[in-house]
Design a protein around this ligand. Structure first.
Ligand code: ADP
Ligand code: TZD
Length: 590
């Protein structure tokens, strides 16, 4: 600290190191990650990891530096979701660690594989609470917020530490793992050959989990007995990368399906068996529901209550459930699961397909025509109604007229990855913008957390090299907005569209006291978010009409330049909390 001499680690330093007789903690961590196929680190440098980031870059790892650790953590988490390899987030001690921790907890909640690696302060001082620089017992704090947490104290244990972290992140139900690396560890040296031998290349990190044959048969019998069957696909199904098998199961059985938000595009949203546009009809009416990689949590009204045809909000609607999940404890978490099918989705779906073929051959009876016709009627009616709304061109622009543009852009660029957060900006995008390919929609997930936007966008662009479109509420964007500098620094093909309606949900609230402060949900009116990205050399566009928005988005996709479009939306257009108004305590009181 304090010297002006630039610290540069050259390729020849690295080579010299390789030829020398000793290795150190820095290099053992790098070598262990590389040995396990990890090629990217998302992080933010500082004591004690700055040199580590330099050495990692010199050793050929891609090191993507962020402006805040939470965004690096979100990037790591979604990289994990997209690649099935644990995403790595690297932070400094105490405050950096805590900044990354929100993302680690969110990754665990969403079943995304991620490893948060944080440098930590001197153990002796931390444990006696003698007041070290950035002192904190990080291991203890991380433990309840992730799948597993470990600390490595000796260089010869780095191989085991990294191996355990990788296995824990991706095996079984994926999730977040914390690895605590004290500053002293990095500088420890050991014999290079012994160091090399201490590393572990993890064999079969996420072993298949084959379901029991009787469980497959039970599930199949229940499915066969259904008069009004329904399949629900969750983001676990998207993560599992068994797209062809899932499509084959759906098409072979002819069963209508609903994709959860991040499972959209697993089959194209325009598929004739998609019941998305008839959701409020199929949930209460279905008699047998098969969940594939989706939990019966709040996003599915806990499998009961009025959404499912129950009499009051806690009543079971009478459905029977088949649930495919890798986690046995997930079963019966909300309502009875009549046919639990525990295993990895690939093995479970393949086993079902094989059983269908051997039981029924090509004679699998499609669901009764009345069920399919009733769904088709509702779906077509709702789609026609939506088409009318989308065709309108009001001034000022509203969510619908803006999203009509986004919908066309995604249709023309089905490989583009869509990142999405906000309340109204989230709900309307999910229902209006059709997805055509798997793992192209990344959003606020299980917690409905704001702040994933730029971290997800950076990682999606880095790991896929495909264009990324981030549709952001103006409040949502603010949580990670400084990362537009990161977009520009790495020249990423990301087009951020800020749906600017002057506030959280809306921009119309007033301070009831008449005092000078604006209402808690209101922002600066007419803010120009496009100017932010211009500060870093990106393209900023101010769009007030669908035509301007379309032109700017098309240009962004064509040019692959980091772009931010400030899309001005009618400030009266949103509703409180979007679709989940009812979760607000005062709505409950009414
Ligand atoms: P959504 O929010 O889309 O409904 P959830 O995150 O609630 O999805 O559910 C995902 C589920 O998928 C989790 O219960 C998780 O255990 C499960 N899962 C994740 N990966 C696999 C896999 N490879 N095989 C089986 N289940 C999986
Ligand atoms: N903080 C965090 C971390 N997550 C949250 N979900 C919230 C706060 C609460 N919240 C929502 O649930 S949505 C939202 C907040 C602050 C922003 C909604 O405003 P927006 O979108 O401008 O992003 P719309 O389109 O105007 O509704």
């Amino acid at each position: 600290m304090g010297t002006s001499e630039p610290q540069v680690v050259t390729a020849s330093d690295v080579q010299q190191h390789a030829q020398s007789q000793v290795t150190d903690g820095f290099h053992l961590v790098i070598d262990a990650l590389k040995l396990n196929g990890i090629d990217t680190i998302f992080g933010l440098p500082g004591i004690p990891i700055t040199d580590f980031t330099r050495m990692a870059q010199a050793a050929g790892l891609r090191v993507i530096s962020f402006r805040h650790e939470q965004n690096a953590g979100n990037a790591a988490a979604i990289a994990g979701f997209l690649t099935q390899k644990p995403g790595i987030c690297l932070t400094v001690s105490a405050p950096g660690f805590l900044n990354g921790l929100t993302a680690l907890a969110n990754a665990t909640t969403n079943c995304f594989p991620m490893i948060l690696i944080s440098g930590s302060s001197e153990r002796e001082i931390v444990d006696l609470q003698q007041g070290d620089y950035e002192e904190m017992d990080q291991l203890a704090i991380a433990k309840p917020l992730c799948k597993s947490a470990w600390r490595v104290l000796h260089a010869e244990d780095i191989g085991v530490g990294i191996a355990r972290a990788i296995r824990a992140a991706v095996s079984g139900r994926p999730g977040g793992v914390y690895l605590d690396l004290p500053a002293k560890l990095f500088a420890q040296t050991m014999d290079a050959e012994a160091g090399r031998k201490s590393l572990i290349k993890v064999v079969d990190p996420a072993p298949r989990q084959i379901p029991a044959q009787d469980a497959v048969q039970r599930a199949l019998e229940l499915l066969k007995s259904a008069k009004r069957p329904l399949i629900i696909l969750g983001k676990g199904a998207a993560y599992a990368r068994t797209d062809a098998e899932i499509r084959s199961l759906i098409e072979k059985t002819g069963i209508p399906y609903l994709p959860m938000s991040m499972a959209k595009g697993l089959l194209p949203d325009t598929h004739e068996q998609s019941a998305s546009a008839a959701r409020s009809y199929v949930l209460p009416e279905a008699d047998v529901v098969m969940l594939i990689g989706a939990r019966l949590n709040w996003l599915l009204s806990h499998g009961k209550g009025k959404t499912w045809g129950g009499k009051s909000h806690k009543d079971w609607g009478g459905q029977k459930f088949i649930q495919i999940d890798i986690s046995p404890q997930e079963m019966d978490s909300n309502v009875r699961i009549d046919a639990p099918l525990v295993g990895d989705i690939g093995s479970c779906v393949s086993a079902l397909l094989a059983a269908i073929d051997s039981n029924a051959g090509s004679n699998w009876a499609k669901p009764p025509a009345e069920w399919l016709t009733a769904i088709a009627e509702r779906r077509n009616k709702n789609i026609a109604k939506m088409a009318e709304t989308l065709a309108k061109n009001p001034t000022p622009m509203n969510f619908h007229s803006a999203l009509n543009v986004v919908r066309d852009i995604i249709k023309a660029n089905p490989d583009a990855i869509l990142v999405n957060e906000g309340a109204n900006a989230l709900d309307f995008t999910r229902s209006i913008v059709d997805m055509y390919r798997p793992r192209k929609r990344l959003d606020v997930g299980t917690w409905g957390v704001m702040g994933i936007g730029m971290g997800f966008a950076v990682a999606a662009a880095v790991v896929s090299r495909l264009p990324v479109i981030a549709i952001e509420g103006d409040s949502a964007f603010g949580f990670s907005g400084m990362e537009v500098e990161t977009l520009c620094r790495y020249d990423l093909p990301v087009c951020v569209v800020v749906f600017n309606n002057n506030g959280v949900y809306r921009g119309t609230d007033v301070n009831p006291t008449g005092g000078p402060d604006v209402a808690p949900t209101v922002f600066v009116k007419g803010a120009r978010y496009d100017k932010l990205i211009e500060a870093f050399g990106g393209v900023g566009v101010h769009a007030t009409t669908p035509a301007e928005l379309r032109k700017a988005m098309e240009q962004a996709i064509r040019s692959r330049k980091p772009t931010l479009i400030n899309a001005v939306i009618d400030e009266t257009a949103g509703t409180e909390s979007g679709r989940i108004t009812s979760l607000n305590p005062s709505a409950k009181k009414k």
